[in-house]
Design a protein around this ligand. Structure first.
Ligand code: 93A
Length: 527
């Protein structure tokens, strides 16, 4: 049953070979109908083409999501030509038959391939195209459907050989191919979608790692332990080269990781920075014009706790800093690199471990963290929110001064790496009081202030450095009391996520004390 092609609908994303094909169809007297971009290309080649919106009486709308989804299109494709009722319906509704459909789909696979984001991939899911292809293929008794440019020639050969008609054999072969294409297209969408879900719901099997080291014991001597590498090879304690010192213990590894993740927040091109960690919490963090000044500032925050600590640096360890560090007892130093001279200086301290990680961790990198609970494993994506990407919204009458703003950013950067509830006092790009891991935020505020007082006594300062400092809180203040404790300690500016039911109350209290406060909208719980 040869079928003459009198009307063709062409709608193609990939316009390869389109013009030659359209020209040949026109030469056979075929009327051409097309969607926006395809019609434009055909018209530009000087051919007559009817826009599909002229056929449907509707404009292409909703960013092109709806352009061919119309009875004038689908009726023209699906009507059985020698069925009386179908013919009647066509007449009643002014539907003209479409004998040839030429469609290739929105490039969904290529969009995924190039690494497009979720929204862009979704927008590249073709709806109208597959609907037309499936309709035409179902009605292959009357309609020929072409889903790739490779088949243009076969159609033209038949039109030439059969006086402008296609054979049933070709239409069946094309119909089979059409369903293979829509099937593969939907499979690609489905596979991609499942991969997206896996990212949202982390798979604990991602942790299935390789044994790096059997540890002598765990957190306590009566616990056994081992260190495993996960497939995700981020720079840090698992990948670093240990130059000297005895084997790392479980607690060393845990602390070194905390230190190196924190130092990753400080772009080495922007500033030198140093973090000192004890029991997985920073006890001093500072930026400086060079490493040695950053180290001295970090140490000054809480030199008592820093004894036996873990030090991380964001630049290659230099000789000056190495000399300064060796003045007190330190467990581990981790840095991207170290100078020959620094390595030699550290070499004199046989027990001090020196780890070179090659590069800094990227704080924005994706990844998973896990925690065991009885009979289960809690898995989440890592906290990769970074201060540089946040907008600090001023909520008080007074806005922070430039110096305060600089210190607020610094303090919130550090707050992410301190166990909740966290209160950080900072001044001149150095922590001056750190309150960590308390059940009450007020306690954290007071403990940090008391430690600052201790440091002032130690350093024989007239007043603690919390006077005229700024303060960062990892989560909102549920009541004004926590913030008032910070003000009492001498803080003049505050950064916190905001979002408490009583934000208004807290803002009012800040205004009453002439305090500048900013909201980040991002919380940094860490338990
Ligand atoms: O967004 S759609 O799903 N909605 C439609 O109604 C529709 N009709 C055709 N995509 C639709 N198409 C697709 O547009 C075709 O499958 C083809 O890939 C593309 C051609 O658009 P243009 O002619 O504007 O380049």
């Amino acid at each position: 049953r040869p079928r003459r092609v009198t009307r063709a609908l062409l709608s193609v994303s990939d316009k390869t070979g389109l013009i030659e094909f359209a020209q040949a169809l026109a030469a056979h007297g075929v009327e051409l109908i097309s969607t926006g971009g395809t019609a434009k290309a055909i018209a530009a080649a000087g051919l007559k083409v009817k826009d599909v919106s002229e056929l449907t009486g509707f404009p292409e709308m909703m960013d092109g999501r709806v352009k061919t989804l119309h009875p004038k299109v689908h009726g023209g494709l699906l009507a059985i030509r020698d069925n009386k009722e179908h013919a009647e319906a066509m007449k009643t509704h002014g539907i003209a038959p479409i004998d040839l459909l030429v469609v290739n789909l929105y490039p969904f696979e290529a969009t995924v391939e190039k690494g497009a984001n979720f929204e862009e991939c979704i927008e590249n899911i073709d709806i109208g195209g597959p609907a037309m292809i499936r309709a035409a293929a179902k009605n292959h008794d009357d309609v020929a459907v072409v889903v790739e440019a490779q088949d243009y020639k076969a159609v033209l050969d038949e039109l030439a050989a059969n006086n402008g008609a296609t054979t049933l054999a070709l239409r069946r072969r094309l119909a089979a191919k059409a369903y293979a294409r829509t099937g593969a297209y939907d499979a690609a969408i489905s596979n991609w979608f499942n991969r997206q879900l896996e990212i949202d719901a982390p798979d604990f099997r991602a942790f299935g790692g390789k044994l790096i080291q059997s540890l002598r014991y765990g957190e306590n001597p009566h616990q056994t332990a081992a260190f495993y590498a996960t497939p995700d090879k981020r720079p840090g304690v698992s990948t670093a080269r240990q130059l000297q010192g005895k084997e790392l213990s479980y607690n060393n590894i845990n602390d070194t990781d905390a230190a190196y993740e924190c130092i990753g927040e400080f772009d080495a091109k922007r500033t030198a920075a140093c973090v000192i960690v004890k029991h997985a919490n920073p006890c001093g963090v500072a930026e400086g014009s060079d490493l040695v000044s950053a180290y001295r500032k970090a140490l000054a925050c809480d030199s008592t706790s820093a004894f036996g600590g873990i030090i991380a640096m964001n630049r290659a360890l230099d000789a000056d800093t190495a000399r300064e560090i060796t003045k007190i007892f330190t467990e581990v130093i981790i840095a991207p690199d170290a100078s020959e001279e620094a390595i030699a200086i550290i070499g004199a301290r046989k027990n001090l471990r020196l780890l070179l990680a090659g590069s800094l961790p990227d704080p924005r990198a994706p990844g998973l963290t896990a925690k065991t609970v009885a009979g289960g494993l809690l898995v989440q994506s890592r906290d990769n929110a970074v201060v540089d990407d946040m907008t600090f919204k001023v909520v008080t009458k007074r806005a922070p001064t430039d110096a305060e703003m600089r210190d607020l950013r610094f303090a919130f950067r550090v707050a992410k790496h301190v166990k909740s509830n966290t209160i950080i006092y900072a001044k001149d790009l150095a922590t001056v009081g750190i309150g960590a891991g308390q059940m009450s935020r007020v306690d954290s505020a007071r403990i940090a202030a008391r430690k600052a007082q201790d440091a002032a006594n130690e350093l024989k300062l007239a007043e603690p450095l919390t006077k005229g400092s700024v303060v960062a809180s990892d989560a909102f203040f549920p009541f004004a009391d926590g913030m008032l404790a910070c003000i009492e300690a001498g803080a003049t500016a505050v950064v916190q996520p905001g979002g408490s039911m009583r934000d208004d109350e807290v803002i009012k209290a800040a205004d009453e004390h002439g305090i500048a406060m900013v909201f980040t909208g991002t919380r940094h719980f860490r338990h």
